[in-house]
Ligand binder design. Structure first.
Ligand SMILES: C[S@@+](CC[C@H](N)C(=O)[O-])C[C@H]1O[C@@H](n2cnc3c(N)ncnc32)[C@H](O)[C@@H]1O
Length: 259
């Protein structure tokens, strides 16, 4: 690769902030422990319920990251073969589990190449139609594990590229939403029907200090009507107003089987 292309890729990798995003998740988790733990526990319990029903020999966790929401010790003790998929596995997780014979790490961009495209494409060529084409033609990783879990990943799949694009290009709000929808729809299509569990936030809810809901912002635009055995809960995401300085942020979370 030419020097300038390498430089562009290095700069944009920092700007995309995948790794700093995980650090951000961990710091917020430490700050917001109580509210987060309720959400993480519900996520772990949903995975265990799905395992009790499906009795899988193998499981694939998409967006495994720091494993905060993965009942990893239970999975190991049940003798299930575990594949962890993330675009950037945290070093401490790789160090802790890479010698475990039942755990395999796979590194994939689960948008099917949009990250690499944004890291390397010339800015001039990046526009709404180029992005939509890129998303639609992507061939996305599909797992053949007995149980596949998309774990608090789906809104990030679109948010990370969109935040990056917003710094580089001005598109209309409608176009940002269409891009998010296309990425999310592709992700849902990549989840094998009848053996996938999807856990994702779908809405940001903003509250004032008296607990009154003052605004909302959808984080998922794709159709989720195919989900069955649905559970919903609120994730107390940010009580310190570091995410939105004007409000306390909660995330509406949906969990269901893809059928
Ligand atoms: C909100 S975290 C999910 C929580 C995670 N299970 C944990 O406990 O840290 C989202 C994860 O998705 C990963 N991710 C974001 N975009 C991705 C992409 N395009 N492909 C694969 N993984 C991605 C991030 O690296 C991060 O680890």
């Amino acid at each position: 690769m030419m020097f300038f292309q390498k430089l562009r890729k290095a700069q944009r990798t920092r700007q995309l902030g995948l790794n700093s995003g995980q650090m951000g998740i961990y710091n917020r988790y430490l700050r917001e422990h109580e509210g987060w733990e309720k959400h993480l526990k519900k996520s772990r319990e949903a995975i265990i319920t799905a395992i009790d029903a499906a009795k899988p020999k193998s499981i694939c966790i998409l967006g495994s990251g720091l494993l905060l929401d993965v009942p990893i010790d239970t999975l190991i003790s049940m003798g299930i073969n575990i594949t962890l998929v993330d675009v950037d596995h945290p070093k401490q997780i790789v160090k802790k589990y890479s010698s475990n014979p039942s755990i395999k790490f796979e590194t994939h961009d689960l948008t099917g190449g949009l990250i690499e495209y944004l890291l390397t494409a010339r800015l001039k060529g990046i526009n709404f139609f180029a992005l939509i084409n890129q998303i639609l033609k992507a061939s996305i990783y599909t797992s053949n594990a007995d149980l596949v879990v998309s774990l608090n990943l789906m809104s990030q799949l679109s948010d990370i590229p969109i935040e990056f694009i917003k710094h580089k290009k001005t598109l209309t709000n409608w176009q940002y939403d269409e891009i998010a929808k296309a990425i999310q729809q592709k992700h849902i299509e990549s989840l094998p029907k009848g053996k996938s569990l999807l856990i994702t936030d779908i809405m940001e809810e903003f509250y004032d200090d008296r607990g009154k809901l003052i605004a909302t912002r959808p984080t998922v635009f794709a159709d989720l009507s195919m989900l069955s055995d649905v559970q919903e809960w609120l994730w107390e995401f940010d009580t310190h107003k570091t995410y939105n300085e004007d409000a306390i942020t909660k995330l509406a979370v949906v969990c269901g089987l893809v059928s």
